[in-house]
Design a protein around this ligand. Structure first.
Ligand code: SAH
Ligand code: SF4
Ligand code: F3S
Length: 481
C-alpha cells in the first residue's frame, strides 16, 4: 500500500477532439490507498483530457478537484472528510470570484458511502465509484448543468459494461508503468471492505492486456507491474488467435506472453493471494527471466487460529510450502508481506507466531497495520476486540523487527552487482535514481541518457531507505537495452 500519491503534473498532452478549441482547465487529483487507485487516477486524467483538463499540483486554483479515496481503514476514510473541509473554502472563494470548482469524490469511500457523502458535504458535486469513472465526462456535464442548491450527482453502479472498454489507451509516462489486469475480490476476508467496494473478481481479456502493454512499451516503458486486488486470481479470456489455449489464461500464462514482447525488460505483479498461487505462476518464476525476483505475498498473520478467523483460506504451513516451492524455482526470490496486528481475539501467543513466521520466511519488507474495524464486515462484530494500546505495542514491535530485516537486507546488497532500471533524475546534480530487481531505490552518478535503460551497477553503500551504487566500469558495453 502506498500512502498518498498525487498525480504528477508533468503532463504535456494537448487536448484531443474534433479540432474545436477547448479552454484549458486545471485538474487536481489526490490519490489515497493502493496502486489500483494510482492507476485509476491516471485513467481519470486520461478520460478528462479531451475536455481540456490538465493536471495541476495544488487544489488552490483548480477547476476540478478529485479525491480518489480509500476505505480500507478508518483513518484513511476519515482523511477524506478533513481534506474536503480544507477544499470547501477554496470553492467558496472561486465562486465569489465568478469562477467554478467541480469537486468529485471517487474510489472506495465513494462506493461505500455514496449519497451519505453528499449529505455530509453538500458542496461535493460528483460521487463516483471505482467502476464508473469512464462516465466522468458525462457526470461533469451533468454536474455543470446543476442549478444552485441542487444536489450532487451520484454514480456508484457496478455497470455491466467494463470501464476498460471505454477508456482511452494509457500513455507511457516514464520507464515504469502499472497495468490493471484484474479487479475485485471474491475472498471475503472477515476484516476487509474490498469485496464490497470493488465488487466481484473480474479479469480483462488477455488480448486487451497485451495491447495495452505493447502501447506502453512503444512509448518507452521497460518495466510493467500488473495490478489487481487479487492479481493472481487473473483468468482472462485467451486471445482469439491463440489456438493452443482456448478458454482463459491464468496469470502465469499472461506473464509468459508479456515476456515475448521485445523491449519489455521487467515484469512484476501485485497484490497476490496465497490461495491463487498456482503451479503455472510459480513455474514462471523459474522460466521467465523478466519476472523480477521480488514478490509481495500478504499473509496477515502467522497464527493458524487467527488465519482461520480471518477466513484467509490457508494456514501457516500452506504458506510455507508455497514459499519453499517458489524458492526452488527462483532461489534469489525475496519476499514482502502485509500484516495486521490486533485482529479480534489475537493473543500474545498468536502475535508471537506472526513474529516467528517473519523470521522463518525472512521477509525483507512489510506493510504492518493495526486492525481497524470496518462497518459491515464480520470481524467488526466479533467479540474480543483487542484494546488500542495492545495494538500499538504490537505494531511498534513488528515495525522495529521489520526495520532490522530491511536494513540487514540492504546491507547484504553492498558489494553486489545488480541490474538497475534508471527511472529519472536523482536528488543531486548528476545523479540518477533507479530500481533494483528488489524494488530498492538506487542512487547512481550517471548520465541522463541512461534513463530508461537497465544497467549493471555495483552497490557501494546503503542509507535508511535506499542504496548507492557506481556504474560498473564495463556497464556501457554490458548494458541491456
Ligand atoms: N488483496 C490483498 C490485500 C488488499 S488490502 C490480500 O488479500 O492480501 C491491503 C492490506 O490492507 C491487506 O493486506 C491488509 O493487511 C490491510 N487491511 C485490510 N483490511 C484491513 C483492516 N480492516 N484493518 C487493518 N488492515 C487492513
Ligand atoms: Fe480483502 Fe481478503 Fe480480498 Fe485481499 S483477499 S482484498 S484482504 S477480502
Ligand atoms: Fe483502499 Fe479501495 Fe485500494 S479500499 S486499498 S483504494 S481497493
Amino acid at each position: 500500500m502506498s500512502d498518498q500519491t498525487t498525480l504528477s503534473p508533468n503532463d504535456s498532452r494537448e487536448p484531443q477532439g474534433d479540432g474545436t478549441r477547448i479552454a484549458a482547465k486545471k485538474l487536481f487529483i489526490k490519490t489515497y490507498g493502493c496502486q489500483m487507485n494510482v492507476y485509476d487516477s491516471a485513467r481519470m486524467t486520461d478520460v478528462l483530457a479531451p475536455l481540456g483538463y490538465r493536471p495541476t499540483e495544488t487544489p488552490d486554483d483548480a477547476d476540478m478537484v478529485i479525491l480518489n479515496t480509500c476505505h480500507i481503514r478508518e483513518k484513511a476514510s476519515e482523511k477524506v472528510f478533513s481534506d474536503l473541509g480544507r477544499i470547501r473554502p477554496l470553492k467558496t472563494e472561486r465562486l465569489a470570484a465568478g469562477k467554478t470548482m467541480v469537486i468529485a469524490v471517487a474510489g472506495c469511500v465513494a462506493q461505500a458511502e455514496g449519497a451519505a457523502i453528499i449529505a455530509r458535504a453538500p458542496f461535493v458535486d460528483i460521487v463516483l465509484g471505482p467502476q464508473t469513472y469512464h462516465r466522468l465526462p458525462e457526470l461533469v456535464a451533468r454536474a455543470s448543468r446543476a442549478t444552485p442548491g441542487s444536489r450532487g450527482v451520484l454514480d456508484t453502479e457496478f455497470p455491466a459494461e467494463p470501464k476498460f472498454d471505454y477508456l482511452p489507451a494509457p500513455r507511457a509516462q516514464g520507464p515504469t508503468a502499472f497495468l490493471s489486469v484484474q479487479e475485485g475480490c471474491d475472498k471475503f476476508c472477515t476484516f476487509c471492505v474490498v469485496p464490497y467496494t470493488r465488487g466481484a473478481e473480474y479479469s480483462r481479456p488477455a488480448a486487451d492486456v497485451l495491447r495495452e502493454a505493447r502501447g506502453l512499451i512503444d512509448g518507452g516503458v521497460r518495466e510493467i507491474t500488473l495490478l489487481g486486488q487479487n492479481v493472481n486470481a487473473y483468468h482472462g479470456d485467451a486471445p482469439m488467435d491463440s489456438c493452443a489455449s482456448k478458454g482463459t489464461w491464468g496469470l502465469g500464462r499472461l506473464v509468459r506472453a508479456l515476456a515475448e514482447i521485445p523491449d519489455l525488460a521487467r515484469i512484476r505483479y501485485t497484490t497476490s493471494h496465497p490461495r491463487d498461487m498456482d503451479e503455472e505462476l510459480m513455474a514462471a518464476h523459474r522460466d521467465v527471466p523478466q519476472l523480477m525476483p521480488y514478490l509481495h505475498l500478504p499473509v496477515q498473520s502467522g497464527s493458524d487460529r487467527i488465519l482461520a478467523a480471518m477466513n484467509r483460506g490457508h494456514d501457516r504451513d500452506h504458506y510455507r510450502r508455497i514459499i519453499d516451492t517458489l524458492r526452488t524455482y527462483q532461489p534469489d526470490l525475496v519476499l514482502s508481506s502485509d500484516f495486521i496486528v490486533g485482529f479480534p481475539g489475537e493473543r500474545d501467543a498468536d502475535f508471537k507466531a506472526t513474529l516467528a513466521l517473519i523470521e522463518d520466511i525472512g521477509f525483507i519488507q512489510a506493510y504492518t497495520f493495526k486492525y481497524s474495524a470496518r462497518p459491515g464486515t464480520p470481524a467488526a462484530a466479533m467479540a474480543d476486540q483487542v484494546p488500542e494500546h495492545t495494538k500499538e505495542e504490537r505494531l511498534a514491535a513488528m515495525m522495529s523487527l521489520m526495520m532490522t530485516k530491511t536494513r540487514a537486507f540492504n546491507a547484504s546488497c553492498v558489494g553486489r552487482t545488480m541490474d538497475v532500471l534508471f527511472t529519472g533524475p536523482g536528488r543531486h546534480a548528476g545523479q540518477l535514481v533507479g530500481r533494483s530487481p528488489y524494488l530498492q531505490p538506487v542512487n547512481v552518478f550517471a548520465d541522463a541518457g541512461q534513463i530508461g535503460k537497465v544497467v549493471p551497477v555495483v552497490i557501494t553503500r546503503t542509507d535508511s531507505n535506499s542504496l548507492h551504487a557506481d556504474l560498473r566500469a564495463d556497464s556501457s558495453r554490458t548494458e541491456i537495452s
